[in-house]
Design a protein around this ligand. Structure first.
Ligand code: SME
Length: 168
């Protein structure tokens, strides 16, 4: 198991995504998906130092806070309101360049300026959780960030979701 991960914060994002792709399969090996979510959030935070990164898990008609790195956050989010709920409803990544311009944005931290939320899909392709990233800089996320993180989440989803058999 990887216990030490150094990232060069001055290196291009693409290089840090490459490093995440290499390290995640070796790091996320516990049978407990919550433990794997915790280390996934920590690793992404170490790589990019965004203001807040973490999971919300689908719980009935709400999303409930899971493992994260960053300041304390809202524990429950309602379906139909906010960026996380939008990614859940649409089953696709949602990039918000300016959170104040997003109708219904849920402001857990006044320091968040831009946001990216990605679906974490179960074996049936349904959204079972979302991975939320908040930046203190406006316009900090683009389609390349969404594509790299979505591909990593899709590859790791069996290790990140409760009730999703580890197949590899
Ligand atoms: N901004 C999110 C809420 C979660 S926090 O950013 C951690 C939203 O609008 O759903």
């Amino acid at each position: 198991m990887v216990t030490h991960s150094a990232f060069d914060l001055a290196s291009p994002r693409v290089k840090r995504y490459d490093q995440l792709d290499m390290q995640c399969p070796a790091l996320l090996i516990d049978p407990d998906p919550v433990a794997n979510q915790a280390n996934f959030a920590a690793l992404v935070h170490m790589a990019f130092r965004w203001h807040w990164v973490g999971f919300y898990t689908v719980d009935g008609d709400e999303l409930v806070l899971g493992p994260f790195q960053g300041p304390v956050a809202c524990t429950r989010l309602s379906r139909g309101k906010g960026v996380c709920a939008a990614a859940w409803n649409r089953n696709e990544a949602v990039i918000v360049a300016d959170v104040e311009a997003f109708p219904g944005h849920v402001a857990c931290s006044p320091e968040s300026r831009s946001e990216l939320v990605l679906p974490v899909r179960n074996a049936e392709g349904e959204v079972a959780a979302v991975f939320d990233l908040d930046s203190a800089s406006a316009g900090d996320f683009d389609a390349a960030d969404a594509a790299r993180l979505q591909s990593l989440l899709d590859a790791m989803s069996s290790r990140l979701l409760v009730g999703f058999e580890n197949r590899d």
